[in-house]
Design a protein around this ligand. Sequence first.
Ligand code: AMP
Ligand code: ZN
Length: 471
Amino acid sequence: MKLFNSLTRQKEEFIPLEGKKVRFYSCGQTIYLDLHLGNARTYSYWDVLVRYLRWRGYNIFWVQNITDVGHLTDDADSGEDRIVKTARDKNLEPMVLVESQIKRFFEDIDVLNIQRADIYPRATGHIPEMIEFIKDLIDKGYAYEVNGSIYFDVTKFLSYGELSPSSFSEESAGARIAVNPEKQNPRDFALWIKAPENYLMKWSSPWGLGYPGWHLECSVMSQKYLGETLDIHAGGIEHLMLHHPNEIAQSEAQTEKKFVNYWIHANHLIVNGVKMSKSLGNYILVREILKKYDPMTIRFFLVNSHYRKKLDFNENAFIQSQSLFNRIEDTLRLLDQTPGGKESNLQEEIDKVEKEFIKAMDDDINTVAAIQSIMRFIRKVNSSLNNQKLILMEAKEKIIELLEILGIKFDITSFKRNQDELVSSLVDLLINVREELRKAEMYEISDKIRTNLSELGIILEDKAIGTIWKN
Ligand code: AMP
Ligand code: ZN
């Protein structure tokens, strides 16, 4: 399997550190607002990656953080803590906001069939580990204290910014980063921030009362749960600029080991050419779009594009996803209902679709090509209903299995229930017809109904209360 590694800027064969064991960390949600479609797009891909690796026999342990402190309104250490600010605007205690948003986050990902990570560590639950980490960085000469805040000195970490694309110049970095007189260099970043007076979200530390910088939690929590070197670290493409270079600097300075072997970054969902984002206010919440489209239509839309390409939000794409989903559902229903025939030529196609699917997914999780191969198979199935029933059932299982890896699921129990209800209504109908025939003394035809039904395994028994049936 090949993954595009943002660090080397090329597709590389994926080889985990230790056999089939995969240590996977993805940057998670700053938990102050409901999930929007952009967030859902990124999380859907990490879900697909994990499902696929598990399907291929890897033993993956997946950690995704929940940021409940320290993420300021500007990623580069200026502004206010996003949670504190939103809580104040809503007249809530910060942790009340966090608890409610975590609950809503899980409701939103569950409905989109984004499976949950193995663990969701929270920043506020790891303050002692963060303090120890900072102490270590100070001891090793990578961090300095100014007036109760601690900063990482990027000039001490020689390969700082290696991950950022060359388009990210010093000049543009300087322009983005507000001047902070406490910093020795504009690109130094905060590890610990001194808390203002009367501030609730603060902890005691060797440097006084304060709270951790946003970047630190990912280095600390990934190390705690996954070890010093991760196999895969994932995040949004915007993290190439600050968050991930800062994570690398902290972790590698502290451990003197490579932090991550494969860095993968998901591109953005955009609206009219710009990133869908909370700060720009151009976002569409998952909860809003669910009023209009089924969860699986949304899920289809989210994964039917390559994760490294931008995806434009537009209604036509949703309508197209809905029609593809309906086409697959129609085929699955047909496969269930059709009696089948004598042919067996579909067997070869079943093997072929799986091979094509693997080829696509092994090529840097190419979900678009994977879906194309499934749709080709669907067309083939529709024209092969004369195959033996057993093979048709195998085809059905294969379609369900492959789409489930993309997080697209079908409510097949409802097909089954519908079918059971249908059979029962049809037998009742035949019993009534037989009764009418008997009343008209047309015994030859009424007996024929009874015999033919018994050949199908349906036994009619005439009782005093009327005719009952068993199968
Ligand atoms: P945030 O809500 O900004 O903390 O982002 C949470 C996750 O969603 C991060 O991995 C972001 O990269 C991702 N994300 C935010 N906006 C978008 C977007 N418009 N398209 C895709 N992913 C996004
Ligand atoms: Zn992170």
